[in-house]
Design a protein around this ligand. Structure first.
Ligand SMILES: NC(=O)c1ccc[n+]([C@@H]2O[C@H](COP(=O)([O-])OP(=O)(O)OC[C@H]3O[C@@H](n4cnc5c(N)ncnc54)[C@H](OP(=O)(O)O)[C@@H]3O)[C@@H](O)[C@H]2O)c1
Length: 231
């Protein structure tokens, strides 16, 4: 006789995942749904979110999903996601601040103002907006992306210290190269070796591992990268 399946400790908790429409965010959604968390999936592409929600309902019927359109660069849209989440579920346990873009790579002086604004507004300010209510390695030709992620690293460290006494874990997860469509528009002399990159699922597994730690265990930072250099 098999023992009845015990619900997972995280079951019933509520996670907001930004940038859930594809790539790493989508992979994290699958893992957290399997652990029984309820999910608020946000991104700009609502069609992809709806398709993901359909798949999750089949895969993990105990996990409820809510999909919300949100451009993280718009503070009022971020606030609306938080309000809708509270209205629907009455709680927020986990925030996966994942939405991000990569600008065209190049020397700093070659990067357009549009790309600078888009990257800083999405990667850094968008995450700050969500915290308010990648990477630790600098790569040449990626100066603006690096700036957005180093800024986010600093904010993450500061808020982690502010919040740990409130029993809130603020965790920096820093993946190296992951084979997602973020690389599709990136072209330079030496093409990145995509087959050697991590899979979005590798990162999602790490996120699930981190979330499954006992309440008093605080993994402050987590770096995961391909064994061999890919870029
Ligand atoms: N792939 C890598 O090698 C790698 C390595 C380290 C860190 N990262 C970081 O991991 C995160 C996810 O990247 P990925 O590789 O999964 O890229 P991806 O496949 O291009 O996915 C990016 C996600 O971000 C969302 N997004 C972009 N701009 C947004 C905006 N203004 N508002 C709301 N959502 C927005 C996109 O959704 P919509 O377009 O539908 O809005 C999409 O769901 C990013 O922060 C990236 O910098 C990636």
């Amino acid at each position: 006789m098999t023992a009845p399946r015990q619900p997972h400790r995280l079951s019933g908790q509520v996670a907001i995942i930004t940038g859930a429409s594809q790539g790493i965010g989508e992979a994290i959604a699958h893992h957290l749904a399997r652990l029984g968390l309820h999910l608020v999936l946000c991104a700009r592409n609502t069609q992809k979110l709806a398709q993901l929600a359909d798949r999750l309902r089949q895969e993990a019927p105990d996990s409820k999903t809510l999909t919300l359109a949100c451009d993280v660069r718009k503070h009022e849209q971020v606030q609306a996601v938080v309000e809708e989440t509270r209205k629907a579920f009455g709680r927020i346990d986990v925030l996966i601040n994942n939405a991000g873009v990569a600008p065209h790579t190049g020397l700093m002086q070659e990067i357009s103002i549009e790309d600078i604004d888009r990257t800083i507004d999405t990667n850094l300010k968008g995450s700050i907006y969500f915290m308010k209510v990648a990477g630790k390695t600098a790569y040449p030709f990626w100066s603006i992306y690096d700036a957005s992620k180093f800024g986010l690293h600093a904010v993450t460290e500061a808020v982690a210290e502010e919040q740990r006494t409130n029993n809130i874990k603020v965790i920096g997860i820093y993946p190296g190269a992951v084979d997602t469509s973020i690389w599709d528009d990136i072209h330079w002399d030496q093409e990145p070796k995509r087959e050697g990159m991590l899979r979005a699922d590798d990162v999602a597994e790490s996120v699930a591992f981190i979330l499954q730690q006992p309440p008093k265990v605080f993994i402050k930072e987590f770096e995961i990268s391909p064994l061999q250099p890919t870029v």
